[in-house]
Design a binder for this molecule. Structure first.
Ligand code: AHM
Ligand code: MG
Length: 327
């Protein structure tokens, strides 16, 4: 600060201020739901940081619908998000990766306008070693005019009104889109608010990075193995955290491609279409990248089951094309 410039310039554009200033008509309507998710995320961030102190690490001893061990923090994060959304008059259905069936809150006739679909704490098995984890969310219109049923979220990803994630890493980062570009916020722990740090995020086209669990190479299809041979010969770097939110966040910021392909053990892929594939695909596409499930776009798939899985290939358009042309 110089004597001629006495103003303290502090970034104080909060999520709330930024949402209210948007010209996108959707922002005003969705802002309450997004702020409710942000509130839950602040609390989850706190719980994740204190997990070892509060002794909430490890499994609850039950398996979720997918046969995977539920972590204590999965259940806590799920409860917190539902608690924050339940208060809202406009949420019709809450569907979570951690619950067998969606929770129907209110019908359209009673103001239930939105379906909110979440993976409350993706990558939660990494928390005990202090690796980044995240919350993924997707917001859809409740298109059931009369009685709302738990099938309301079964819509293709192209119909998402908004999608995003919160990354609990060395900083807490919220990235979301309402269909007109991607904005990024960082939680200022002192102010207690998500502050806008970047508008109109665009994925880099340059970096040669692939991100895949290469230990499964013998279970991959021939095309995937051919892509890896190509990447090895073309001087690519490899990065794999094993936490989708962190791997996709790096891909958005630095470029390259994140892949969770079909394997012989998981022929439909491991990741879930509604909770992981669709929201991340919308974000990556809105940032100028591409997201495929093989030959087609993830967002074009019409789901038939809430917990349906999908192969995932997402990143810069050029890199996704490199992967799919080997298939
Ligand atoms: P989760 O939803 O049960 O946490 O599983 C999803 C996670 C992703 O974050 C990550 O990309 C993937 O599982 C890692 O799986 P793997 O250990 O098979 O590489
Ligand atoms: Mg997950």
């Amino acid at each position: 600060m110089t004597p001629s410039d006495p103003t303290i310039r502090e970034n104080l554009t909060t999520l709330q201020i930024h949402l209210r200033s948007q010209k996108n008509g959707r922002a005003g309507e969705l802002s309450g739901v997004i702020e409710a998710i942000a509130l839950a995320a602040k609390s989850i961030a706190h719980k994740v940081r204190r997990a070892r102190i509060d002794d909430v690490l490890g499994a609850v001893g039950a398996q979720n619908l997918h046969g995977e061990e539920q972590q204590k923090l999965d259940v806590i994060a799920d409860d917190l998000i539902l608690h924050c959304l339940r208060e809202r008059h406009d949420v019709a259905v809450f569907a979570s990766e951690e619950q067998d069936e969606p929770v129907v809150l209110r019908p359209r006739s009673d103001g239930g306008r939105y379906c909110v679909v979440v993976d409350p704490l993706d990558g939660s098995s990494n928390v005990d070693v202090a690796v980044s984890v995240g919350t993924i969310f997707s917001i859809l219109e409740n298109d059931q005019p009369d009685e709302t049923t738990d099938q309301a979220p079964l819509q293709p990803g192209t119909r998402q009104l908004a999608a995003g994630y919160v990354l609990y890493g060395s900083s807490v980062v919220m990235v979301f889109t309402m269909g007109e570009g991607v904005d990024m916020y960082v939680l200022d722990p002192v102010v207690g608010e998500f502050l806008l740090v970047q508008e109109g995020l665009r994925i880099s086209e340059e970096k040669k990075i692939y991100s895949v669990n290469e230990a499964y190479v013998n279970d991959f299809e021939d095309g995937m193995r051919a892509y890896l041979d190509y990447a090895h010969g073309a001087g690519y770097g490899s990065r794999y955290i094993g936490s989708m939110v962190a791997d996709v966040h790096r891909t958005l910021l630095k470029g390259g491609v994140f892949i969770y392909p079909a394997t012989t053990k998981a022929p439909g892929g491991k990741l879930r279409l509604l909770y992981e594939g669709n929201p991340m695909a919308m974000l990556v596409e809105q940032a100028g990248g591409a997201a495929a499930c093989g030959a087609g776009r993830i967002l074009d798939v019409t789901p038939t089951k809430l917990h349906q899985r999908t192969p995932v290939i997402m990143g810069s358009s050029a890199e996704v094309a490199h992967v799919t042309r080997h298939a």
